[in-house]
Design a protein around this ligand. Structure first.
Ligand SMILES: Cc1cc2nc3c(=O)[nH]c(=O)nc-3n(C[C@H](O)[C@H](O)[C@H](O)COP(=O)(O)O)c2cc1C
Length: 322
């Protein structure tokens, strides 16, 4: 089995980290580990929506995240994902949304550790690539470290080695998914303790990480960090990953170069029938921190409305500082 490098990962985010966003992120950092948005096994097995699995070869290394709990479906989807060329399959045990709970997947599975272990074990038996899990610290009133310890002990029996932990509880009733990303307090100390108690596991910490300096501190205590919203809102923050974490000094491309490479890609994808506004929205964050950030974003909105990019390319380039 390939050993994958999860030192810095970008979190799966529905409606955000689609194939185009991931292409953009990969232009900025070659080493960061990428994940797809969650894909429900039902939509693959029964909806035959395989276009959701499409990705660009440039995106490697990349993991696909599955949401489901039916073992037969998870096996079928895992094989399919391996055939598509993904480097890893991740099982979502962290999403608290009502829809996902009704389907018996996501965070509610944290109450079914033995079943999760069986799912992961069967998935792993079906494929050669690693299978990982992303979960919370616990759910609802199960807030103790012992709950998390017990969950991980049971799941580990499946042979799973890679655990991504969103360092807050999931509240299944009364909080929306968005509130569930902000209101339950972050408890990084649980995740650090988990690494101490299970030194043979690869523990990746997630939740509220703002920048690479903060990431560096976490990496003294765990194996990897996963950054979600901050990486989306300011993708250029990933430009120093190689330098800060790998002692490499790649030539860092300017925002203008990234913009132009991404727009070249967008033009190719338009000709293949992809939706222009969906691709352009990922550029909003590129001007983050620049003096012209607001005008840049307004220009992108104009291009989205016109459904056209060529006439806007030069202006967008001029608006970026470097
Ligand atoms: C818009 C949005 C969509 C998300 N979709 C997923 C998802 O599909 N699968 C998943 O495991 N987590 C999902 N998450 C949660 C993130 O992966 C991550 O755990 C969470 O945002 C905390 O990390 P952060 O504070 O760095 O953003 C989503 C988060 C956001 C903001």
């Amino acid at each position: 089995m390939n050993i994958l490098d999860h030192k810095v990962c970008v979190a799966p985010m529905m409606q955000y980290t689609d194939m185009h966003d991931r292409y953009l992120l990969r232009l900025i950092s070659k080493k960061v580990f990428l994940y797809t948005e969650m894909i429900a096994t039902g939509s693959l097995v029964y909806g035959r929506c395989f276009d959701q699995l499409e990705f660009n070869k440039e995106e490697h290394p990349i993991g696909v995240q599955l949401g489901g709990s039916d073992i037969k479906d998870l096996i079928e989807c895992s094989k399919k994902c391996e055939d598509y060329g993904y480097n890893e399959i991740n099982l979502n045990c962290g999403c608290p949304s009502d829809r996902v709970q009704k389907g018996r997947f996501g965070a509610c599975l944290m109450l079914e550790a033995n079943h999760v272990a069986e799912c992961l074990s069967e998935m792993q038996n079906a494929v050669e690539i690693p299978v990982s899990i992303k979960c919370r610290l616990g759910i609802d009133h199960h807030e103790s470290y012992e709950f998390l310890y017990d969950f991980v002990s049971k799941v580990k029996e499946s042979g799973t080695k890679i655990f991504i932990i969103h360092a807050r509880n999931g509240i299944l009733k009364g909080l929306s998914p968005r509130q569930n990303r902000n209101i339950p307090p972050l408890k990084y100390d649980y995740v650090y303790k988990l690494k101490k108690d299970f030194p043979d596991l690869e523990i990746i910490i997630n939740g509220g990480i703002k920048d690479l300096d903060e990431s560096k501190n976490h990496l003294n205590k765990v194996d990897g960090v996963m950054i979600g919203r901050c990486a989306y809102d300011n993708p250029f923050m990933l430009k120093d990953v190689e330098n800060k974490f790998y002692n490499e000094n790649p030539i860092i491309e300017s925002k203008k170069e990234i913009l132009n490479k991404y727009l070249d890609y967008v033009e190719i994808k338009i000709s293949e029938g992809h939706n222009l506004p969906k691709m352009l929205k990922h550029l909003f964050g590129l001007s983050r921190g620049d003096k012209n950030a607001k005008i840049f974003r307004l220009k992108i909105i104009e291009a989205m409305k016109e459904n056209s990019i060529q006439p806007f390319r030069k202006e967008l380039d001029d608006l970026l500082v470097y």
